[in-house]
Structures are given as C-alpha cells and as structure tokens.
Design a protein around this ligand. Sequence first.
Ligand code: NSS
Length: 431
Amino acid sequence: MAYKHAVTIEEALRSSGTVTVKGWVFRKRELKDKIFVVLRDSTGIMQLVFSRGTDAFYIAQRLNIESSLVATGVIKDEPRAPGGRELHVQSVDWYYVGHPYPINEDAAQADSEYLLDVRHLWLRSRKMQAVMKIRHTIFGAIHEYFRSRGYYEVQGPMFITAAVEGGATLFKVPYFDEQVYLTQSSQFYLEALIFSLEKVYTIAPSFRAEPSRTRRHLTEFWHAEAEMAWYHLDDLMRVNEELVSYIVSKVLDERSEELRLLGRKLEPLENIKPPFYRVSYDEAIEMLKRKGVKIEWGDDLGADEERLLTLQFDKPIQLYGFPEKTKAFYHRNDPQRPEITLSVDVLAPEGYGEIIGGGERIYDESELVSKIERFGLNPKDYQWYIDLRRYGSVPHSGFGLGVDRVVMWIAGLDHIRDAVPFPRDIRRIYP
Ligand code: NSS
C-alpha cells in the first residue's frame, strides 16, 4: 500500500529529502497557483504545498477539511510554516474525499451542545487530542505508581447487590429474574482482596445516577481505587499526596506541549509536591465562617465551599476528620472523638475541589454491625462484607480517586465533560 513507507508528521518535520506522510486535512487555503494544506496526524501538524499544473494540485482542490490523504514530496525549510518546514508535494498516493466537514474549528467554541452532539468527530480537534494524550499519561502514571510500590492490580464486578455510597445514586439493572445495580465503587471488593494480597488497586468505571448536571459529575466515571492492609489515616494521607504528585510530575514531563496548547498555566502544577496542606474539618468550618459563609459544624461541604477553601492554598488540601453523618457507614470513627470519622478528602487547588475520598475502614465486627444499624441499613444486605471482619480482621485504609476529575484539573478544563471522550450525564448518552 501507498502508506507502508510513510513517516509520522513529527518524523517528517525532522527529516530532509523526499518523504511520504499520511493524515487528515486540518486547514486548506487556495491561492491562484498554490494550495496550502495543513495536514494533521496523531503526532502533529505540517504544511503541504501543492503547485498548479501537477495532478496532485487537482486532487488537493477536491479535498475538504478532514479528508484523508497520503502524499509524497520534498521537505523544505519555511519559517512561516508550523514546525518551520513544509512538504512540496510531488504526488498524492492515496486519498479519500470526505463530505464538507460539519465543524469549523476556529468558530468551534460557540455552541458546546453542538460539539457534544458531534463528539465522535470533535475528538479529532487539537484540543480533544491534547486532552486525550494527557488522559493517557495520567492512566499510565496511576498504574506505574501502584505497580512500582508492591500493589496488585485487581478487578471487582460491575453488577452488584448493595450500595457502597448510599442508595440514592444507584442505577437499577434487570438481571434475569432479579434486580441488581451498577457499582458505585469497587471498594468492598478491594477490601475482601487485601486479606489475600494486602495492597491492591483497580482502575474501573463507577456509575452514579447523579440527578443534576454539574461541572464535575458524570453518571459514568473512571475510578482509581486502592486498599491497604495495616494502613492508618496518616499512612493513607502519605499515599494520597505521593500519588497525586507523581501523576502531575509525569504529565509535566511528557505532556508540556499539550498543556501549552490548552493554555494551561504550568506554575500551579510545578508546585504540586508533598507534603500537601492538612486541614481538619473543624478548621475548615472556622475558615469558611470567617469568610462569611453560612455553615455550621456538621454540614457537608459543597462545591462552592470547597472552591473557597482551595483558593486560599497553593497546593492540594487533605481535608480530614469529617463528622459521622457526612460520610458513608463504613468509615471508622475516631476512638478519641467518636463524633468524627478517620476520613480524608483531597481537594485540588485553583478552585477544582474534591478529587479523592477515602479513610480508615471499620475493622471490628460488632462496631461495623452497630454502625450499619445506626445508619438505618440492614446488616443482611452486607453479610459478606461483615463476614470479612469475622476472620483475622486488620486495620486498613483505602481511597478512590476520580480520574476524570484529575484530568479536568491538570488539563485546566472548565467542565468534566471535556476530560472524557464520550461523556455521560443525566441528559446525554449519545454518541
Ligand atoms: O464517593 S467517593 O468520595 N468515595 C468512594 O466512592 C469510596 N468508596 C472510594 C474508596 O474509598 N475506595 O468517590 C471517590 C471519588 C471522588 O473524590 C471523586 O473524585 C470521584 O470519585 N467521583 C466522581 N467523579 C465524577 N463523577 C461523579 N459522579 C463522581 N462521584 C465521585
């Protein structure tokens, strides 16, 4: 085939002489005797020049934006072209004339609902391409972090029978003659696995029937969760700040060009190193009151309160010690102060807010049963989870990191939808 010996645009920009490139028409400008086509592939963009009188010129005339082609020509220096070089095309070896493209990238931001309708095409944009590359690096960094520190990768089921994070956001699914749910978190399954493997992690989808459309909620999101035997709250906070710092440093190393393309400021990211600020829930409530927020001890913090808090710090905050009733039943209460839990959320800076939720788990059987009852739940629904505490239970801790939220923060996006190739929320399940 014509494209067997083609090189990537990145390689073409570094080579000289005759080369073959393949890709898609990103821009096209037609003059009297020349056609300039900016070609894009997964590695970059490059200018192609077609001259009147050649067969290639008449093919180029017919190409619409996003039409595809393979072309051979000679590389020349051209300071005005992207990358400082251009390809003077001698032949078009293969091409496919697309319909007129329904997106004009220069005017693209105008209607984001439209861009969501044509998301399957908008993924070709420079912006989404950059976001997806950053996302790729973030997923890789999470795997590297855990695998290089003795964690085993495990998988929990997606069909489940009892709520982890409360019943309100469960998706019901018909399952033969029964009704089951889609998982909100793999946590309980990870807890079962620590008694075998001690330190485990998973990256999997979680599903929540979030009834409102916000900038940071999806109905299907990617959840990186870890669970560690013998770890206490302090050990957990160390893992949180190490993991988040590792992810950020990887993105800075590998994706600075993509961050620049997105207009992301780098200084706030360069600052992300352990230790993070540790702020107790009690202190946070006092800070918010001083800022004039109407809030009482015992209230949950929403996006607005989190935003206010993060804007006072130049690094993430580890917010710990939430009141019992603001957190799910499995959180271990502080033996010194039973009204609060040994829980911690990590809030990303610059207003982004919660990216991690976690804490110590109740490991004592009777303590767990009485808390399940205190929360108005039925211990029968949690039989196997309670059973874990009947045979050699140990102190343990774990957390869940919302990967899409981390992508949103690191890429500096306004909306979580743009962190995901095919976002799902209450009003959107297409394409
Ligand atoms: O509800 S969490 O705070 N905690 C859990 O699910 C625990 N069971 C995790 C664990 O300890 N293994 O969710 C964890 C994170 C949260 O901080 C967000 O970053 C993210 O998951 N999250 C979401 N991201 C996007 N959309 C939605 N709806 C969403 N819900 C949580």
